[in-house]
Write a new protein. Structure first.
Length: 80
């Protein structure tokens, strides 16, 4: 049998690694379940993330600014 040549430390090492893998999987599952809920953030070190996008802001351009922007776009498109 192949088990005759396996030391106690090797068997114990395999058991510890298997236990660590099981603990890691359960921790990962609980972390993912906590994030999928609609409640507050589960990681308190991170700031709260908004669910909706912020309101967009816009500024009216003067005709001169619009012309300058159009010229810039034409310059950039010519280099393509």
């Amino acid at each position: 049998m192949p088990d005759e040549h396996v030391s106690i430390l090797q068997s114990l090492g395999v058991a510890v690694l298997a236990l660590a893998a099981v603990v890691w999987v359960f921790g990962l599952i609980s972390l993912l379940r906590g994030r999928s809920g609609a409640g507050g953030p589960t990681l308190y070190g991170l700031p709260y993330q908004r669910q909706a996008a912020p309101h967009l802001e816009s500024v009216e351009l003067t005709p001169a600014e619009r012309d300058a922007f159009a010229g810039l776009v034409r310059q950039l498109n010519d280099g393509r």
